[in-house]
Design a protein. Structure first.
Lengths: 434, 460
């Protein structure tokens, strides 16, 4: 084929007789139609590509908007100004006991729930007690402790509303609750406030009672265990494989294992944790220690792989220079290679930790799905973690849990976003092009 | 002395050893001259510090594992223990309670008999704890003294410390092998126990999955046929999710690499990557709360029978969205690996960009894309939370995407989170399912990596 023939755009022209074919008439209708068709196809293809990108981004936007839309309400709560006539209530309390250590005990025996219920019934008519959340006790207790003098008369205390009233006030309740809200509004008792309890309390049975602090603390403890185990082991393994390992069958076996572990489904790590840590070693169920161990095994390969890439990126000239002035192989690595590779290793570690923070399935396997109503004090205490808490709340039937679940998701996503932003910042700030 | 305190003392002794040895080596170096000494002062310091702390720490770790048995033994020798009931369960309950009170974890006893044992427990714990602490400190001093006596100009402290560092590094990398062995071992061991109860062929080829009936005592026949689970997994993970992820992922990659301006690419690529970073429990909640009800409403509006609020389609769609960035980045890599000359040649022949992509780039990149899709499938079938929350529990063999199906991972969670004894066929079945999942994902990964590797070699 000559060069001229190759340039002939007409595909049907026989290549063996280039000179006998008539030159293409670009202005003919057939050719124009053909070119128009090809350009249209080009545009269609481009639009299709753009549509794919926009659709994918649209899914993400839809997901986030749904979560934020549902969850933002989880951070606020509806409050009711409840007038309580302590003087005439059935409260059995000795004001003398309200000072010092005996106060909590005295209030615990003071029959507060009945006092609140009667006060609510009196203030808002029949069914008033059902408008008040069980969390009201805590508010009333706090008010009394702050100022015991209110026991001598009538005090108006702002207490959280019940699940139904809360939902109705946010425009999502049943008809009965709507009328209750209308009644409360008429009385001027309704207000909206920040739901601090959501950030400070643990799991509970009523949506107005629950909080994420317990799960958050469990997550932090679990992550601490994971980091303490997987970071040193991962970095050491990466250093060994990249800098010292001789090329032999053992090294190959180690490499194959690490690459495999990185691809093993997370639930399998849960089975491993169940079989080894719980059944063989009899560690406590649902403890952050076991969760952290399991997640550390899962995170370690991620750190090894990213660590190896970061170590590989350190140019050999640095090693040669250090060796040349008499450093030992260990000094070369720990004084020169590791500090230079550290930003890359940290980036990989943070990304691995972010993945571990969002992981649920392996933790379900090791029994981390119990109802835990108080935050854990140590790594051996039963605890919940954020993603498992989300899973548990998503199973609850109470409609008030929807906004709590979404609010917990917002908190989880905020943590992940922060971690990933730090990773990106580290990468941009310290990444060196050699 | 409590355990933490001992630990602290041992580490402090190590630090002191480091300082003393370094000081001594510095003086020695000043006397002997820099060239006559083998190692730097700080290396001598490390040698002594390691000799001081390591043996004592290893001893403490062993001691902590041995002590509970020793304490229990001495408590049982106590006169109060003679009154313990012979019945194993109450016996261990009383002992456990006494131990909890002695350690301060519990304030009061449920069983009065426990109170009599608290004192022996406390005494024995103190006795053995003190003994361990004393031994650890003696060991630390002995090790430190031995190492300090070896600080000489010609002593090769550096080489010895570095040898330990190398062994530590090797040990760290062996953990990967140990983990793999642990996974394979535990899966195989529990699966073999399961297969001693249930015929493997019944398990792999049976069409009926109802472990509940086995748990209720109807026998293990016909209860553990896993084919509906395999079908559900493939239906959701390999069919529906891929129908969503392959076109969207591939087209996104093509658009972002071939058409988009650098600015757009710079922003859109990380945005799509976020899809892979969202935790799966969030996807699961999204699927269950938003997607599944919408799909059911759609199905009943159109009149599709068997529409369930937990549908294969909801789980598969959302899983597909999750996989998009995965497919997209694999496609990105393989398209970028196609030699520039092929692209230039096609464009020079007068082909439009889309013709070049469709007829040159994608066919050339196809093995890489296929490898990426296989990896994506392996990730999708191992995915748990989305299917647990959105796919349902009914083991149906159905082609209707609006019906409820169940998957391997869903059933594993279901089997293991109930309250049954560990040795029943029901819980062991979860390990057998895990083994199947492990083997299948492993094979998919091996095949995918081999395809990708072969294809890379073709252009290098």
């Amino acid at each position: 084929m000559t060069g001229q023939a190759a340039l002939t755009p007409q595909g049907s022209a026989p290549a063996t007789e280039p000179r006998t074919a008539a030159p293409t008439d670009w202005r003919s209708d057939a050719m124009r139609r053909r070119i128009a068709r090809r350009y249209a196809a080009e545009r269609r293809f481009k639009v299709l590509g753009l549509a794919a990108v926009l659709l994918s981004a649209g899914f993400l936007a839809f997901l986030l908007v749904t979560m934020v839309g549902n969850g933002a309400r989880g951070f606020t709560r509806t409050q009711i100004a409840l007038p309580i006539d302590f003087q005439r209530s059935a409260m059995l309390i000795d004001p003398a006991l309200l000072k010092g250590d005996t106060a909590e005990q005295a209030l615990a025996g003071a029959n507060l729930p009945a006092v609140i219920d009667t006060a609510a019934d009196k203030a808002f008519g029949e069914g008033g007690a059902r408008m008040i959340s069980p969390a009201a006790q805590a508010a009333v207790r706090k008010a009394i402790l702050a100022d015991p003098a209110i026991l001598n008369g009538t005090a108006t205390i702002t207490v959280p509303a019940s699940e139904g009233v809360d939902l109705a006030a946010k425009g999502d309740g049943s008809a009965a609750d709507e009328t209750a809200v209308a009644r409360l509004k008429q009385a001027g008792a309704l207000s909206t406030g920040l739901n601090l309890r959501f950030l400070t309390a643990s799991d509970g049975t009523d949506p107005t009672l629950v909080g994420i602090w317990g799960a958050l603390k469990g997550s932090l403890l679990t992550m601490a265990v994971t980091l303490a185990l997987s970071f040193p082991v991962g970095v050491f393994a990466a250093l060994y494989l990249e800098e010292y390992a001789p090329r032999n069958r053992w090294t190959d076996l180690i490499e194959v294992s690490i690459n495999n572990l990185a691809a093993v489904p997370s639930i399998i790590f849960g089975l491993l944790g169940l079989a080894i840590f719980l059944n063989l070693m009899h560690m406590p169920r649902s403890a952050p220690l076991v969760g952290g161990l399991t997640l550390a095994l899962m995170t370690m390969p991620v750190i090894v792989i990213s660590g190896r890439n970061a170590i590989k990126a350190v140019p050999p000239s640095i090693r040669d220079a250090a060796l040349g002035i008499g450093a030992s192989p260990v000094q070369v690595v720990f004084h020169h290679v590791l500090p230079l590779a550290l930003p890359g290793i940290l980036t990989g570690t943070i990304i691995g930790m972010a993945r571990a923070l969002g992981e649920t399935a392996p933790l379900l396997m090791i029994g981390m799905r119990a109802f835990v109503a108080s935050p854990p004090h140590g790594v051996m205490d039963p605890a919940s973690v954020l993603p498992v808490q989300i899973f548990l709340w998503s199973d609850e039937v109470g409609r008030g849990f929807i906004e709590k679940t979404s609010a917990a998701i917002i908190v989880l996503l905020a943590f992940l976003l922060t971690m990933n932003s730090i990773a990106i910042y580290l990468r941009n700030k310290f990444e060196k092009k050699w | 002395m409590s355990g933490t305190m001992t630990l602290f003392v041992v580490v402090a002794l190590g630090v002191i050893g480091w300082l003393v040895a370094r000081g001594r080596a510095t003086r020695m170096q000043a006397e002997a001259g820099r060239l006559a000494t083998n190692s730097l002062p700080s290396q001598h310091g490390w040698y002594v510090a390691l000799w001081t702390a390591l043996p004592a720490l290893i001893f403490l770790a062993i001691w902590a594992n041995v002590t509970p048995a020793l304490v229990l033994d001495s408590v049982l020798q106590a006169p109060a223990a003679q009154a313990l009931p012979a019945d194993g369960f109450t016996r261990s309950a009383i002992l456990g309670e006494a131990r909890a009170i002695a350690s301060g974890a519990q304030a009061a006893a449920f069983n009065p008999q426990s109170m009599t044992l608290v004192e022996p427990f406390r005494a024995a714990t103190l006795h053995y704890g003190g003994m361990g602490a004393l031994l650890a400190v003696i060991l630390a001093f002995a090790g430190g003294a031995y190492a300090l006596s070896r600080v000489r100009p010609a002593f090769t402290a550096r080489r010895r410390v570095e040898r330990l560092v190398m062994w530590t590094l090797l040990g760290a990398s062996l953990i990967a092998i140990i983990t793999t062995a642990g996974i394979v071992g535990s899966l195989l061991f529990e699966s073999l126990r399961f297969f001693s109860l249930v015929n493997p062929l019944d398990f792999l080829l049976g069409l009926k999955w109802s472990p509940q009936s086995a748990a209720l005592g109807y026998g293990n026949e016909d209860a553990f046929g896993a084919v509906p689970l395999f079908w559900g997994t493939i239906f959701i993970g390999a069919i529906i999710a891929m129908i969503v992820a392959i076109p969207l992922g591939l087209m996104s990659a093509v658009y972002l690499t071939q058409y988009a301006r650098p600015q757009v690419r710079k922003w859109m690529k990380p945005t799509l990557e976020v899809l892979a970073g969202v935790p799966t429990v969030v996807y699961g909640y999204f699927a269950a709360l938003t997607v599944a009800p919408a799909l059911r409403a759609f199905a009943s509006a159109v009149g599709i029978p068997g529409a369930s609020s937990e549908s294969a389609l909801a789980a598969g769609l959302v899983m597909g969205v999750m996989i998009i960035p995965f497919v997209s980045s694999m496609a990105d890599d393989s398209i970028a690996a196609v030699p520039q000359a092929m692209r230039d040649g096609s464009l020079a022949m007068g082909a439009t960009t889309s013709e070049t992509i469709r007829k040159v780039l994608i066919p050339a990149a196809l093995p890489g894309v296929v490898g990426g899709v296989l990896l994506a499938v392996s990730r999708a079938i191992g995915e748990t939370m989305i299917v647990v929350m959105a796919a349902g529990l009914a083991a149906n063999l159905t082609l209707n995407p609006f019906a409820s199906v169940t998957t391997v991972t869903t059933q594993m969670v279901q089997l293991l989170t109930g309250d049954q004894e560990f040795d029943s066929a029901k819980t062991l079945a979860a390990f057998a399912l895990g083994l199947v999942l492990f083997v299948v994902t492993l094979l998919l990964n091996i095949v995918a990596l081999r395809v990708v590797k072969k294809y890379r070699e073709a252009y290098e």
